[in-house]
Design a protein around this ligand. Structure first.
Ligand code: UDP
Ligand code: MG
Length: 168
């Protein structure tokens, strides 16, 4: 097994319920390394890009409200990049199944998630589900300069006086 990166996002319910510490403790059991972390205000454009594959789903309008914080009066989320052996599978296992009622009770989603009356799975964290998805998502949420190692190829923009690093 080789080293890989995966994106975790503590969703607005996780922040609203003050679960950040619990979630990070659970994830630390994986012995993976955190190589990026920050707080982000999520607007609809970012939500649409992140969940682009779900936009035709009947639950998408509710999901968009959830991730942009409209359900919790909390438009912050906390994205993190974890790195190490088998990172995607390890984080998905600790996160638990998408449906919190089907998730292992000791998983993060099993312990802290719930299903809303609208049917939406309010499941506390996002976790990438493949290497390709992880790369797309990490590049969406983080710039090269926000990750402490060189994950994917990047380049300097050639604007005078204001050169910045971007993904290739
Ligand atoms: N979701 C939902 N109902 C569904 C499927 C998904 O509410 O039937 C929500 C849930 O919050 C989930 C997110 O949409 O985490 C993204 O769905 P995905 O299928 O990618 O699940 P995940 O990868 O998050 O486990
Ligand atoms: Mg997914």
């Amino acid at each position: 097994m080789s080293n890989e990166a995966t994106l975790v996002i503590i969703k607005p319910d996780g922040l609203k319920k003050s679960l950040t510490g619990n979630i990070l403790s659970r994830l630390s059991e994986s012995k993976l390394k955190i190589i990026g972390a920050k707080m982000v205000k999520v607007d609809i454009e970012l939500a649409n890009k992140h969940y682009h594959h779900l936009q035709k789903e009947p639950f998408y309008p509710e999901l968009a409200k959830y991730i942009t914080g409209q359900l919790h009066g909390e438009n912050r989320v906390m994205p993190l990049v974890y790195w190490g052996e088998d990172a995607i599978k390890k984080v998905r296992a600790i996160a638990g199944a998408t449906n919190p009622e089907q998730a292992e009770p000791i998983s993060i989603r099993g312990a802290y998630g719930r299903i809303l009356t609208t049917g939406l799975f309010e499941n506390v964290i996002h976790a990438s589900s493949s290497v390709e998805e992880a790369e797309r998502e990490i590049k969406l949420w983080f710039g090269p300069g926000e990750i402490v190692c060189k994950l994917y190829p990047s380049k300097k923009t050639s604007e005078e006086n204001d050169s910045k690093e971007i993904w290739v």
